[in-house]
Design a protein around this ligand. Structure first.
Ligand code: NDP
Length: 253
């Protein structure tokens, strides 16, 4: 996407990013901070979140909050506790990027273990919904809230061997559409991003034999992440966007 945002695009914005410790989520958090936002970094590994927090501080951006939460084991009560703790620290949320996710096994459906299936569904779908339910009141305090989910090309067209992950991303697209419709006449827009093949630990696990140097980096795909968090997308809701629109799914360009 070709988008050149103003330097102060996210000034006065408070944005929570899940999976902010690594990969695309880490880059999104750093980018949002660079464009003026105050960040809430959510993830399961405190030391990695602290490293991102320190980097944001070193950039001279606003101090970031950390929320340690393991989405694999989280419950509605824990998510509500996160929202209650945040409510005591920040006045509102202007944006939430649901980015954390797990891949599970790449294998034919007949071979998938139900344990792995449930883990992928819990992290990618159930925990995302729990967290959204808990955070909605904070988001609705914003005059222009934006809720962004992370999808995938296999969340739009099923593909052999992508089992639980693909199904979880179909569910993500569905969650986005339902919420967008529910809040259409309110001050909250809801959209999905499909990052497209991007250099990260997850991508390397999914495609161990590809040359990662041929992939876009998380930094390369940030224009769309900025666009959906800022005011330039204020009339967009219920939509699914490709960060790399001309890229063929599953192919190296
Ligand atoms: P990474 O594996 O690099 O990062 C995943 C992030 O999610 C990490 O911050 C990780 O934390 C966090 N996470 C994983 N499990 C949990 C958990 N149980 N609780 C809390 N946080 C957790 O993946 P990417 O950056 O590549 O992917 C980001 C998103 O983009 C995902 O939703 C993925 O499905 C999607 N996507 C990625 C593509 C790609 O090519 N990279 C293509 C299409 C979609 P920790 O650091 O502690 O492991």
């Amino acid at each position: 996407m070709h988008y050149t945002p103003p330097k102060n695009l996210l000034k006065q914005r408070i944005i929570l990013v899940t999976g902010a410790s690594a990969g695309i989520g880490r880059e999104a958090a750093l980018t949002y901070a660079r464009f003026g936002a105050q960040l809430v970094l959510l993830g399961r590994t405190e030391s990695k979140l602290q490293a991102v927090q320190a980097k944001i501080a070193a950039m001279g951006s606003l101090p970031a909050h950390i929320v340690t939460l393991d989405l694999l084991h989280t419950t509605p009560a824990q998510c509500q506790q996160v929202a209650d703790d945040l409510t005591a620290q920040i006045p509102r949320l202007d944006g939430v990027l649901h980015n954390a996710g797990v891949l599970g096994d790449i294998a034919p459906m007949i071979e998938l273990s139900m344990t792995m299936w449930q883990e992928v569904m819990h992290v990618n779908v159930n925990a995302t919904v729990m967290l959204t339910q808990a955070l909605l009141p904070l988001l609705l305090r914003s005059h222009a809230g934006t809720l962004v989910f992370t999808s995938s090309s296999v969340g739009r067209t099923g593909r052999a061997n992508w089992g639980a992950y693909a199904v979880s991303k179909f569910a993500t697209e569905g969650i986005m559409q339902v919420l967008a419709d529910e809040y259409r006449s309110r001050n909250l827009r809801v959209n999905c991003i499909n990052p497209g093949g991007t250099r990260s630990k997850m991508r390397a696990a999914a495609f161990p034999h590809e040359d990662s140097n041929k992939l876009k980096t998380p930094a390369d795909i940030m224009p769309l992440y900025l666009y959906l968090m800022g005011d330039d997308s204020r009339f967009k809701t219920g939509m699914t966007f490709d960060a790399q629109p001309h890229r063929k799914p599953g192919a190296i360009v």
